[in-house]
Design a protein around this ligand. Structure first.
Ligand SMILES: Nc1ncnc2c1ncn2[C@@H]1O[C@H](COP(=O)(O)OP(=O)(O)OP(=O)(O)O)[C@@H](O)[C@H]1O
Length: 460
């Protein structure tokens, strides 16, 4: 989509001339001849840039007042000022009130184009960033129907419409970013950017430039991530990794909704919703003085916890179906079924890398599966690390050859029940249902095998 520029000048010739030059370069132009039309046009659709004459004959508001009105509505929209010889002072004061730069009339088309290009760089980067992220992330839905995930989804829905800050905690790969994107997609900011600040990937020396952008002699050199997120959501991934001096500055941005670029002197206003995530225990980080307590309270208005996959094993079937379908399609295959034994192995495994590891395992399995008659995923197709338990059982069988049948049977039953109970997260009713026993009979059996666990009984 072309960048949309609003040209505001009371002289029709100038408006048409500027609009003509810009249209030839592929920009989309709207024009306004007076202050009120200009403001109405900003309200109608956020422009990528406004070119504004300081002198607006016959308008209720002059150029500086129009500038204020635009900045009050859309603080992130850059404004370039046209000035005549007689009013350079006004143009300079416009810059101190938030305009990006000014250009004196009469001007050369090349000079105008150069300034416009620089002024729209933020918008171009913002779109580019969005496009890249969309391609990369593939719009994962937040798959899963465990009560934990349903609860997360319900909280996201409830807070999406508010501007509240949200902090999402959970181990690496559990889906914190997927949850944050869903929150953004459900919020009124959905048509603006979702920008990620990846604290672990930015070097501490570059942090401030990345976040706040750079300015030289009053001119924007490079916009920061905060500006790219204007109107949208800023996702602070792993906040605990943020350098300490940046923590203090972020705190100020949250209070003022404005910041100063590196090398700059004036305040730049932004309207962002901040969502942060952490895999660390922030209370411990605060105690160790690595994370600011005041920032913690600012960010953690609505806490959301995404548990490890091993704590919500009932999400495994839905996730398996989701990823098997996706990767089979990518390979041009019909999605295969998953055998009950393979599903049991997937559910019993502990997934230290959580959903990310799960996704990678399914992708690898689908890619490496033999192409002929590939209609079902069986345990043999899963990586050894996942089915390790099953092959241990084979080794166990050899060991059992040395003991009487009754002892061997008990050993087997103990191992079998241990895995099944884990697979159903300790829920005895569900385990009993699956293995085909009455719940009370299963309790008796567990007692007999010396496996009854008070916790799982209390859980029911
Ligand atoms: N509920 C889910 N439904 C579908 N895909 C998911 C889900 N949770 C996680 N994923 C997948 O797992 C990958 C990792 O998720 P995500 O990046 O959100 O984790 P994270 O908790 O933010 O981890 P990290 O802190 O390590 O970045 C994502 O790319 C996504 O494909």
């Amino acid at each position: 989509m072309a960048l949309d520029i609003l040209v505001v000048d009371d002289e029709r010739d100038i408006r048409d001339l500027v609009a003509g030059v810009l249209s030839d370069e592929g920009y989309e132009c709207r024009t306004a001849g007076d202050s009120e039309t200009a403001i109405a046009m900003v309200d109608e659709r956020r422009p990528s840039l406004v070119l504004l004459d300081v002198w607006l004959h016959g308008s209720p508001r002059d150029g500086l007042e129009v500038l204020d009105a635009i900045k009050a509505r859309e603080p992130g929209v850059p404004v370039l000022i046209f000035s005549g010889h007689g009013n350079i002072d006004t143009a300079v004061s416009a810059v101190s009130r938030g305009a990006m730069d000014f250009i004196e009339k009469p001007f050369e088309a090349s000079k105008l184009l150069h300034l416009v290009e620089r002024a729209t760089e933020t918008e171009r980067l913002r779109r580019e960033n969005e496009r890249l992220r969309e391609g990369m992330v593939n719009h994962d839905e937040f798959t899963g129907n465990s009560s934990a995930i349903n609860q997360v989804r319900a909280t996201l829905k409830r807070v999406a419409n508010t501007g509240s800050r949200v902090m999402i905690s959970g181990p690496a790969g559990s889906g914190k970013e997927v949850a944050a994107r869903l929150l953004h997609a459900w919020s009124p900011r959905a048509d603006k950017s979702f920008v990620t600040v990846n604290s672990a990937r930015i070097t501490p020396e570059r942090f401030e430039q990345e976040l706040f952008g750079e300015e030289d002699d009053g001119k924007l050199v490079r916009p920061g991530l905060l500006e790219l997120a204007d109107g949208g959501t800023l996702y602070l991934d792993e906040v605990a990794d943020m350098p300490e001096n940046t923590q203090a500055r972020i705190l100020r941005v949250l209070t003022d909704q404005s910041f100063v670029r590196v090398g700059g002197a004036r305040q730049v206003g932004v309207d962002v919703r901040v969502v942060s995530s952490t895999a660390k225990d922030l209370n411990a980080e605060i105690e160790e003085r690595r994370f600011r307590e005041d920032l913690y309270y600012r960010l953690n208005v609505v806490p959301i916890e995404v548990p490890a996959l091993s704590e919500r094993r009932d999400d495994v079937p839905a996730l398996a179906e989701h990823f098997v379908t996706r990767y089979a399609r990518e390979q041009g295959l019909n999605p295969p079924a998953i055998s009950p034994e393979a599903m049991a192995a997937l559910q019993a495994y502990d997934w230290p890398g959580n959903v990310r590891q799960f996704r990678n395992v399914i992708e690898r399995t689908v890619i490496l599966a033999p192409r002929e008659h590939f209609d079902t995923i069986t345990p043999g197709l899963l990586p050894q690390e996942i089915t390790g338990g099953a092959s241990d059982a084979g080794a166990g069988l050899t060991n059992l050859m040395g003991v009487p049948l009754r002892e061997a049977r008990e050993s087997f039953e103990r191992e079998y029940l241990r895995i099944q109970i884990r697979r159903f997260s300790g829920n005895i009713s569900k385990t009993a249902g699956f293995i085909g026993m009455e719940r009370s009979a299963l309790h008796r059996k567990l007692k007999l095998l010396g496996m009854s666990d008070r916790k799982s009984e209390e859980d029911e």
